[in-house]
Design a protein around this ligand. Structure first.
Ligand code: IVH
Length: 669
């Protein structure tokens, strides 16, 4: 029996590994996402039932969940060197000429991209991933294995054609679409946005909770193989071999890597990618040119810090200088204050730049900005241009350093800075206009209540006229009140009223998101709604009950309690309730709460329904699936071929054991 289970687990794992590779590395899946999920769930279940066969490198580890308390410092077996780099084509030519003299024979070069991420060294032994370490100071790095295992393009197990032991090196980065998604989510939670993909990739790798790392969707390209007696003779051979072992390597057909023989071809590669890099789904900050042949590499050797056989050409971030006219301050819906530099308009990378974000007070002080300064503006990875420095030679005489605001620019309330946070806040939630308007805009946004036809201008007008002071007022608006607003036609007014009415159907989880509670984004709202089922239960939950929910930590629990304790919020909630918003989970058609509070273990094989269907029936009807029998189990649903050990344990604990038919009766099927 146990041998059979073990073999099943191994077979499922290798099938899933194969699909994972086809999907993520090859971008050519051969089964549907749904079928993949079914296989994965089956493996998860088997591992739960037989933890003795739950291998460290199982495909189920991809979703993360393991916590790293402390990132251990690890010495690199092969030092992780850096590259000498240059911004000038002339210097690249000089480098090529220099090494030409060092080599006895003709030189072939490999040109590749310089990925803008975090360097990683990953060791494999006997086909298994064993350790992943960051670059650190080049001699020692931090072990981030658990987090790296969640990156789906990095194989956990590799094929038999790979060497027994080796280290592979590459760059972990944040794909731009995933980075944008993360920032959208941050915005919806009222949190400060992350500035750029590289730093965020680096921060993500050092998160303690690997589940969060898995959700963020990092990616990786590999560019080096290290080990003893690997039988490889050149860099290009190593990269191709790594590809055949299952690693994600640069795509030759997309010109991401090219073998060339002349300086002209190197320049061609540089020019191509300088223009083309804006179309890549990730960031690069240059290209790397490497001597291909290992023997020639050895002949050339190293300087103290970097190999002589490679050089990086770095793209220049486009930069201009312009005058800082004024610093203004924006107030977000959570009261967060963002300083904005107002600049003399200037052309940069094809667009006219008038403003740049300054992030926070510390940033202004770091740059030592004075009014009227001539500042350098750069458009790097960030979407919003940033100020990178000041031309001190142009500083106007007697100019004063910028003093950060002490009071809210909109309502004059004294600003606060909470411990450990970089941003200042206006604490006046109830009457500060941009906070009021920001909360209403969030409330009506597409992913929240999805109310059409009310743009920011209309909200502004409604607020100025005293008609809407908080989102609950929306449900008391009349057609006449709206149609009388400036530039509002009958049709659009009608549209607004209808859209407000339709929003009463929005499910509870989105209503909860719409309330705009700090740190409560879409996913958190969904988890809370699913767990507590009604707003009343959520409002009554203790701190301990809140943090017991999936993905809810101290920060969110504190924010929820503060929100619900506030009397004004309580009043608004009561008004919304009276208008008929959904404050409870509405059950799906075939769902019920018949199994509420009941815990099930299913075991064996069934005739009328599959195990997965059975599980989903349990959940749909409010019950909970668990894998192991304990005194807390309400029912053991026993099928054919159930293990005798399980049955014995259930009998010992005096559990109620039911068969398939009896279960179906429980839910009235
Ligand atoms: S080769 C001994 N190749 O750039 C040479 N590095 O400045 C080792 N990087 O730490 C590096 N893309 O993080 C190499 N195609 C590439 C690269 C690359 C990005 C990064 C890497 C390294 C840094 C060196």
């Amino acid at each position: 029996m146990s041998e059979q289970v073990k073999n099943k687990i191994l077979a499922l794992s290798s099938e899933l590994n194969e699909h994972n590779y086809n999907y993520y590395v090859k971008s050519a899946p051969t089964i549907s996402d749904y079928d993949f999920d079914i296989l994965l769930k089956e493996l998860e279940q088997l591992e739960k039932e037989h933890p003795e066969f739950a291998f460290d490198n199982s495909p189920t580890k991809r979703v993360g969940g393991d916590i790293t308390k402390k990132f251990n410092s690890v010495k690199h077996q092969y030092p992780m060197l850096s590259l000498s780099n240059s911004y000038s084509e002339e210097e690249i030519k000089e480098w090529a000429e220099r090494i030409h003299k060092l080599a006895e024979n003709e030189i072939s070069y490999v040109c590749e991209l310089k990925y803008d991420g975090v360097a990683i060294g990953i060791r494999y032994k006997d086909g298994q991933i064993v350790q992943a370490v960051t670059r650190g100071d080049g001699t020692k790095g931090e072990e981030v294995t658990t987090n790296v295992k969640t990156i789906r393009t990095i194989p956990l197990q590799i094929g038999k054609n790979a060497p027994d032991e080796f280290e592979i090196r590459g760059e972990i980065f944040f794909p731009l679409d995933n980075f944008a998604k993360l920032n959208e989510q941050r915005a919806s939670e009222g949190e400060e946005l992350y500035a750029n993909p590289r730093n965020t990739a680096s921060g993500t790798l050092k998160l303690q909770n690997s589940k969060v790392v898995a959700e963020r969707g990092l990616d990786c390209y590999l560019y080096g193989v290290y080990g003893e007696n690997l039988g490889l003779t050149s860099h290009s051979e190593a990269v191709n071999a790594a590809g055949s072992w299952g690693f994600k390597i640069p795509d030759e057909s997309k010109k991401m890597i090219t073998k060339v023989n002349t300086i002209d071809e190197i320049m061609e590669f540089i020019h191509y990618w300088d223009a083309e890099r804006k179309n890549l789904p990730f960031e690069i900050d240059g290209v790397v040119i490497k001597v291909d042949n290992y023997r020639q590499q050895d002949e050339m050797g190293f300087t103290a810090k970097s190999p002589r056989w490679a050089i990086a050409y770095k793209f220049k971030a486009e930069q201009v200088s312009t005058t800082l006219n004024e610093v203004t301050y924006q107030v977000g819906r959570t009261g967060a204050i963002t300083p904005v530099a107002n600049l003399a308009p200037v052309l940069l990378a094809g667009t006219t730049v008038k403003r740049a974000s300054l992030h926070n007070k510390d940033q202004i002080e770091k740059l030592d900005l004075h009014l009227g300064d001539e500042v350098y503006v750069e458009k790097g990875g960030e979407i919003i241009p940033k100020i990178v420095g000041v031309d001190l030679s142009e500083r106007p005489k007697n100019s004063e350093p910028i003093q950060f605001l002490e009071n809210c620019p909109e309502c004059s309330t004294a600003l606060i800075r909470r411990e450990g946070e970089a941003q200042h806040f206006c604490p006046n939630e109830s009457t500060c206009p941009p906070q009021i308007k920001g909360r209403i805009e969030h409330f009506i946004s597409r992913k929240a209540m999805d109310i059409d036809g009310l743009g920011p201008e209309t909200i502004d007008l409604l607020n100025k006229q005293g008609l809407v002071n908080n989102y609950s007022d929306l449900y008391h608006l009349t057609f006449n009140q709206i149609v009388e607003l400036e530039r509002m036609a009958d049709k659009s007014a009608n549209n607004c009223i209808q859209s407000i009415e339709v929003s009463l159907e929005v499910p509870f989880e989105r209503v909860l998101f719409a309330l705009g509670i700090r740190h409560v984004g879409e996913t958190v709202a969904k988890n809370l709604a699913k767990h507590f089922k009604t707003l009343d239960k959520l409002m009554a939950a203790s701190f301990d009950e809140l943090v017991a929910v999936d993905d809810i930590g101290d920060k969110i629990a504190i924010s929820l309690q503060a929100f619900f304790l506030d009397e004004k919020n309580q009043e608004i909630i009561e008004r919304l309730r009276a208008c008929g918003l959904n404050f409870e989970i509405v059950l799906e058609e075939d769902a019920s709460d018949k199994l509420n509070g009941q815990t099930f273990v299913i075991s064996g094989v069934f005739e009328k329904v599959s195990r997965n269907e059975l599980k989903s029936l349990i959940e749909k009807n409010g019950g909970k699936n668990t894998s192991s029998i304990s005194a807390k189990t309400s029912y053991l649903v026993a099928g054919d071929k159930m293990g005798p050990a399980k049955l014995e344990k259930a009998e010992k604990l005096g559990l109620t054991i039911i068969n398939e038919d009896e279960f179906l009766q429980l839910i009235g099927m």
